[in-house]
Design a protein around this ligand. Structure first.
Ligand code: MOS
Length: 736
């Protein structure tokens, strides 16, 4: 089925199941510990053994010699895999990292060996007996030191130009009456998802099955095939449940590759998990950015010049953090310039994490907007409303499909009690605490991609939907059930959703907040086909047949849906393909974030007191799972604003705090009640289901809202994330 004209009325609009706050079907499994994660498929083979990955002990250089003899002789050891016996290993399409491919060491904790043994403990013990001599060479680890030497970025992550120019930015900026010119930094950050990367790999002749934890099945089979040099058709991936990914499990990491390689070498199924301390330097992360924002405005608050330049670093061939994405679309302004640049660094690969581009980009832009509003003596909400745009500012012929941005701002300001804010910083005291309010805008793309589904109707009227979409803790199972139930006119408990298996019809999976929009469109397509086949079997005219309350109605006849499959199951498969609408329209999601913080006047301790997100993302498929996603995003925003940073040892070249003791993320005591509300809208330009993703929208804009709140509380502007007390304590107003 092709989607190439604005969606009209269709069965999803009934909203008897879609749009309702259904509980997740797997909630009980997860809360009782019976949901099976990658490492827990104990029953798949009797003779599973364990692989333990050894990461490089240097950051840059070459392996001079590996001595595996002692490890091989250790109790229980079945084999030691190194570049010598791994066979040729290539790279996938989305990541550039190499593993066991040669003697070269590109970054710290790059895999250099996998020890395989009967038990995990034996593998781990033997790994300590592998002796490796290295020759170090000089590396580049400090992004700041590359500021002047970085070449123009060869490639923007996720496509798009590395530079954009509209009007004459430099002239407009130099002539502007009011100016902001500041540089902001967002540090290297880790996904820190709960479930570590883990895989069980099992070969059957040339065919490989992996029980793993991966967000995007289609990228996974493609990249694993490329790395191993086998056809992707020979690879089957299964990820039934995923304990968070946040971009870190987009495609193939070392657990998956090395479990597959090790299983081939020892001729048994092999299980590999990445221990938490190796994850930070071994896998991907959000790379640090240094971002310069220049804004020019007239006295009455209209932006005339919007400039955003950003530098990130990566391994050779790696991608650039696309921080300028949101700056290109969020505000009006006739003269604009954005530019991203890339430096080569010898740290682990930088790649997709938690709203790549938009999240770190808005962390800079939205502080700059706060700074400009203050210079203009204008309320930050009013300033943003004044600079709203109805068309894509870089392509004035392209309208937004829907842009209730001002509504988000107004609704948020009203619900949060924004008018009570004192615009003068550090004026509000409650005992030992300074209290401040801050806000920021949110914008996040709404990509969508071809998605398929297979639907089976059986003689009991039970529907089974199969798609390779994954559920990374987001509620995918439930919205798939809801969509099929609505389309076929049955209650949600008549639908079984089977996800996370690459042998099912292809979707883009969970990434870039495109999963919900894409998969529900695929389920729509398959169900439209099923409705036709059912009508046909019953001798009805499909276009005049209704599917309501478990019944199929045509004229004055009505029969149960199950009847259509009385003789044999009906199985149909279809996919939704997307045409030109995303080129005709700018399709985005919008939001506004508000935060209240208290900052201890003596110690600088920051407590988040309350937060509100107002989100617009088309039709909300399930307000309960959508809210869960948004408050999850807001929690990540608390981390990004106040805690998260991988500290780089710029001499040795690695992330020092590579575990959850040293890498701080918000815990329950750090997060107050979070309020998330949705604007009531549909977007007929995205798909027949009219819904967009919300996961990453819930995060973008959160961190700068908190940073602005800390400024409002203290009067000290911190432009280097995370906003920690060491950066402002000595500048706090003196109080008694
Ligand atoms: Mo997301 S960082 O696109 O999984």
């Amino acid at each position: 089925m092709k989607f190439d004209a604005l969606a009209g009325p269709n069965p999803v609009d009934r909203l008897t199941v879609v749009g309702q706050p259904h509980d997740r079907f797997e909630a009980k499994l997860k809360t009782t510990g019976t949901a099976t994660y990658a490492y827990e498929h104990h029953g798949i083979a009797p003779n599973i053994c364990y692989g333990y990955i050894l990461g490089a002990g240097i950051s840059k250089g070459r392996i001079k010699a590996i001595d595996t003899r002692q490890a091989e002789a250790a109790p229980g050891v079945l084999g030691v895999v190194t570049y010598r016996n791994a066979g040729p290993l290539g790279t996938g399409k989305f990541y550039v990292q190499h593993m066991l491919a040669s003697l070269d060491v590109d970054h710290y904790h790059q895999p250099v060996a996998v020890v395989v043994a009967e038990t995990f403990e034996q593998a781990r013990a033997a790994a300590s007996l592998v002796r490796i001599d290295y020759v170090r060479s000089a590396g580049r680890f400090d992004l700041g030191a590359q500021l002047t030497s970085a070449p123009t970025a060869p490639q923007m992550a996720f496509g798009g130009p590395t530079e954009t120019h509209v009007g004459n930015f430099e002239r407009a900026y130099s002539e502007a009456e009011f100016k902001v010119d500041e540089t902001y930094t967002v540090p290297d950050q880790a996904h820190a998802m709960m479930e570590p990367h883990a895989t069980i790999a099992s070969w059957d002749g040339d065919n490989l099955t992996c029980w793993t934890s991966i967000q995007q099945m289609n990228w996974g089979t493609r990249d694993l095939g490329l790395i191993l040099g086998i056809p992707r058709e020979n690879v089957r991936l299964v990820s039934t449940f995923i304990g968070g990914g946040f971009g870190g499990k987009g495609t193939v990491q070392s657990d998956l590759v090395l479990a597959a390689v090790a299983a081939k070498v020892v001729r048994r199924p092999v299980k590999v998990a990445l221990q938490r301390p190796i994850m930070f330097n071994n896998t991907i992360h959000r790379p640090k950015t240094i971002q310069r924002i220049r804004l020019g405005a007239t006295r009455d608050g209209r932006l005339t010049a919007v400039g955003h330049e950003s530098l990130s670093g990566n391994l050779a061939g790696g991608r650039t953090e696309p921080t300028t994405l949101s700056t290109r679309m969020l505000y009006a302004g006739e003269n604009r310039m954005t530019r991203v640049r890339l430096a080569t660094l010898d740290l682990a690969e930088g790649n997709a994490m938690r709203a790549p581009g938009e999240a770190p980009g808005l962390m800079a832009l939205e502080i700059a907007m706060d700074e400009m509003a203050e210079k203009l003596r204008m309320d930050p909400v009013t300033f943003r409303i004044l600079n709203d745009t109805k068309v894509d500012p870089e392509n004035p012929d392209r309208p937004f499909s829907s842009r209730p941005f001002v509504e988000c701002l107004r609704t948020g300001a009203e619900r949060f009690g924004w008018s009570a804010r004192n615009a003068q910083p550090s004026q509000v005291r409650e005992g030992h605490w300074f209290v401040g309010l801050g806000m920021a805008s949110a914008i996040r793309g709404a990509p969508i991609a071809r998605a398929g589904a297979r639907v089976r109707l059986d003689r009991n009227g039970l529907l089974t939907v199969e798609t390779d979409m994954t559920d990374i803790g987001t509620g995918s199972y439930t919205i798939v059930q809801q969509t099929a139930a609505e389309m076929m006119g049955v209650p949600i408990d008549r639908v079984v959703a089977k996800l996370g298996d690459s042998s099912f019809p292809e979707t883009p999976g969970s990434g870039g907040q495109q999963g919900a929009a894409s998969v529900t469109a695929g389920v729509y397509a398959a169900c439209m086909k099923l409705r036709q086949v059912v009508a046909q079997r019953l001798g009805f005219i499909a276009s005049e047949t209704e599917f309501v309350a478990g019944e199929v109605r045509f004229g004055n006849r009505n029969v149960s849906l199950a009847r259509a499959a009385a003789d044999s199951d009906i199985v149909v498969e279809d996919s939704m393909e997307f045409g030109e609408l995303s080129r005709q329209f700018a399709i985005q999601t919008f939001g506004a974030h508000f935060a209240e913080v208290a900052v201890n006047a003596f110690t600088g301790e920051i407590r988040v007191r309350r937060m509100l997100a107002v989100c617009a993302a088309g039709r909300i498929l399930n307000p309960k799972t959508a809210r869960s996603q948004v408050i999850g995003g807001m929690t990540m925003g608390v981390g990004a604003a106040l805690m998260e940073e991988m500290a780089v040892d710029t001499r040795q070249g690695f992330f020092v705090n590579h575990d959850l003791a040293g890498y701080e993320v918000p815990v329950h005591a750090d997060v107050p009640h979070l309020d998330a509300v949705f604007i009531d809208e549909v977007d007929p330009a995205i798909s027949p289901v009219k819904a967009k993703g919300v996961g990453e929208l819930g995060l973008t804009g959160v961190a700068p809202a908190l940073a602005n709140a800390v400024y409002n509380a203290t009067g000290v502007r911190v432009r280097q994330y995370p906003v920690t007390l060491d950066k402002f304590l000595d500048q706090l107003p003196v109080v008694s």
